[in-house]
Design a binder for this molecule. Structure first.
Ligand code: TXA
Ligand code: MG
Length: 348
């Protein structure tokens, strides 16, 4: 069998009124019900969805993405009633978070009730659940009436997709279809918070910030607060290479001067250089192709554009990509988490 067995259907719903009765949504939902994997937009990034209760369907996600089998998937739901179809022993603080953040960019780790397929949870006793805040995702989830397992719809290791084009660049021929609902809003993935212990722990920073969560449930830990490895909550996805563009990506700490010095050094060695910079600095560099990813003053804009910037240089001939750093506050924490993971080198 070839590794691109599908024609990959393209359902464009950008101009349409989105309801679960929409013809394209119904077709995409029927594909999920017949155990195919279908990509769709959420408010964070595009997801690649399949029936979370059927291991054969979920396996198609792992095959298409080339994803390691020990990295569990998030289960997406449309209604609060669906939580209990996959989880049990739901603590009060988890319910408070659901009330405050759903639908929205927060994934809550709960005790699994065993209904999600084993490859969804990667054999763990817990399951990650989220209710996305996007009309297309909601219509699709309602139309198929199933809990849908969905990782980001990129080839494993590459930047997450924020447009249907990004999905098709990575997965054409490998998935049944993609629903195009336009560019996603938030741009970085959901915050993953583990609610199975006394204190909630952020395993992955994302669209909902630590301060947002603490305003609702009080003190929250982050995975990096645990120095003792035994006590550390399980964050299986964190050990893998992530978000990497095709060319080497180096993050340069400091200001415009430090970045310019690195460009000069690389130019002298004969390298062509790409640079991801903030809007304020784009005109200040020489010797590099500069791509703006938004204002230092508007980290939501940076989050929205960052994956497109990481993919932008794939279609150009630069042989090294440099990146400026951003303030680690608010959604900037998630942006820097992704940039640090994407980087092959951090120049201090
Ligand atoms: O915004 C998002 O969360 C997007 C959209 C499509 O919903 N999805 C997404 O999925 O980012 P993915 O597979 O790329 O990342 C899921 C993360 C991984 O780091 C995984 O290890 C973690 O969630 N995760 C899932 N289930 C878990 C569990 N039971 N325990 C601990 N971590 C879990
Ligand atoms: Mg991902």
């Amino acid at each position: 069998m070839t590794d691109r067995p599908y024609e990959t259907k393209y359902w464009n719903v950008q101009q349409e009124e989105i309801q679960e009765t929409n013809e394209n949504i119904r077709e995409a939902a029927a594909a999920i019900q017949s155990q195919e994997a279908v990509a769709f937009p959420t408010e964070t990034v595009y997801g690649l969805g399949a029936d979370a209760t059927t291991p054969e369907a979920v396996d198609k996600i792992f095959q298409a993405k080339g994803r390691p089998g020990d990295n569990p998937l998030i289960v997406h739901i449309a209604t609060r009633e669906q939580v209990e179809t996959v989880a049990e022993n739901i603590p009060d603080q988890a319910r408070k978070l659901m009330d405050a953040f759903w639908p929205g960019p927060l994934t809550i780790i709960l005790k699994s009730n065993g209904s999600a397929a084993e490859n969804v949870t990667a054999g763990l006793s817990t399951v990650g659940i989220r209710m996305p805040d996007h009309p297309v995702a909601q219509a699709l989830l309602k139309a198929c009436a199933l809990p849908v397992a969905a990782p980001s719809a990129n080839q494993s290791g590459r930047p997450s997709p924020t447009t249907a084009k990004h999905v098709l660049d990575d997965l054409t021929g490998k998935i049944y279809g993609v629903v195009d609902g336009g560019a996603t809003g938030v741009g970085v993935e959901s915050t993953v918070v583990d609610c199975t212990g006394e204190t909630a722990v952020i395993l992955r920073p994302g669209g909902a910030t630590k301060e947002d969560l603490e305003a609702v449930i009080g003190p929250v830990k982050t995975a990096t607060d645990f120095k003792n490895e035994k006590e550390q909550p399980k964050a299986p996805g964190m050990k893998y290479t992530h978000y990497a563009p095709d060319a080497p990506f180096w993050l340069v700490e400091g200001g415009v001067d430090e970045v310019q010095q690195e460009i000069n050094r690389l130019n002298k060695e004969g390298h062509t250089v790409g640079l991801i910079a903030s809007e304020e600095h784009t005109d200040q560099y020489q010797g590099a192709t500069v791509r703006s990813c938004g204002s230092q003053e508007n980290l939501h804009e940076v989050a929205h554009k960052i994956y497109d910037c990481l993919r932008f240089f794939n279609d150009s001939s630069v042989d090294i990509i440099l990146g400026e750093t951003f303030p680690k506050k608010g959604v900037g924490v998630a942006v820097m988490n992704r940039l640090e993971k994407a980087a092959t080198k951090i120049i201090k």
